[in-house]
Design a protein. Structure first.
Length: 326
């Protein structure tokens, strides 16, 4: 059983690496599209293409029968958490550098550590709680509470959007851990893409004609309320890439959190931080300011400390288990 647990943890780490790399590509592409298309159009196209790829994975994991569930209300709630997480983060991308938004979002694993106590019943010691506090200090520094509003790259509300995204993302991943006991990863991904489709269609019906968008709207609001337009020929491949990425992200993250403990998987998501800095610099020419570097260091350091403490705890637990004679 110990060998099996180790194998599952290794597989979960591989899935989280693949998922986070796909997320970094996804965020970079959406930021590129944010100047010409509304968010709900991008989400609709991404989910529609992603669900088609996802249905292929459903067939590989057992066929249509695996989509049947008696816990549909929990899946709907999980889907809404994902929608809120994605849309608040994408709205932040329209106004913030990629590295800044991503660094603020990466408080999510710290939220996961905290929320795993009441939701999953996991035990978190004082050292890990202290590390979480240090990570949140990094978030506060990145918010620059001492600075005037005019000196900030975006409003303080926009700076909070990635933190809201992190909280709802954490709730989603913890629900994935619970629902994954009875549902396959491909089914979990399909439920998510279906929720995205319903929400984006709702936005289209209410605001798809652009009637709520004005020339003086803030970048994030303009991204949310802009009129739907047919994609330019060169952007069609980008939309297709987003759809494929959506399928990869949904499956890999669902699988990772389905087969391993949240505290084991979550710290590996930090690979997204250097990826965000890389894409931001190479594609958009953005270099983080010193507050962002300090915030990244504190959030990254606290997350890695939480991970190391968890690994030590797991190893001590394995050594304490009695061995069985052959």
């Amino acid at each position: 059983m110990n060998a099996n647990a180790h194998s599952q943890s290794s597989a979960a780490i591989a899935f989280i690496f693949a998922g986070v790399f796909a997320i970094s590509i996804n965020d970079m592409l959406i930021k590129q599209l944010s100047g010409g298309y509304p968010l709900h159009e991008i989400v609709f196209a991404r989910a529609l293409i992603g669900i088609l790829f996802g249905l292929g994975l459903v067939q590989l994991e057992g066929g249509w029968r695996i989509l049947k569930t008696s816990q549909w209300h929990w899946h709907v709630l999980r889907g809404l958490f994902v929608v809120i997480a994605n849309m608040t983060f994408f709205l932040a991308l329209a106004a913030l550098p990629l590295a800044d938004a991503t660094a603020l979002f990466f408080v999510a694993p710290l939220f996961i550590t905290l929320l795993s106590i009441p939701i999953l019943g996991e035990k978190v010691g004082i050292m890990r709680l202290s590390a979480v506090a240090v990570g949140f200090l990094g978030v506060i520094i990145m918010q620059r509470p001492w600075a005037s509003a005019d000196s900030l790259q975006a409003s303080r509300l926009v700076l909070l959007l990635p933190v809201v995204a992190a909280l709802t993302y954490a709730l989603n991943q913890l629900m994935t851990r619970k629902l994954g006991v009875h549902s396959k990863a491909s089914a979990l991904a399909i439920y998510i893409q279906g929720t995205f489709l319903v929400v984006s269609i709702g936005f289209f019906l209410v605001a798809g004609d652009g009637r709520f968008a004005t020339d003086d709207s803030a970048p994030s609001m303009l991204f949310l309320l802009r009129e739907w337009v047919w994609p330019a020929r060169g952007d069609i491949l980008v939309f297709l890439g987003l759809g494929l990425n959506a399928a990869v992200i949904g499956y890999c993250l669902s699988q990772a959190y389905r087969i391993a403990d949240a505290a084991t998987v979550a710290p590996f998501e930090y690979i997204g931080l250097p990826l965000a800095v890389f894409w931001g610099l190479v594609i958009f020419g953005d270099m983080p300011v010193w507050e962002v570097w300090v915030g990244i260091a504190l959030i990254l350091g606290s997350g890695l400390f939480v991970f190391l403490r968890e690994r030590q705890k797991a190893r001590a637990s394995l050594r304490a288990q009695p061995t069985r004679g052959l």
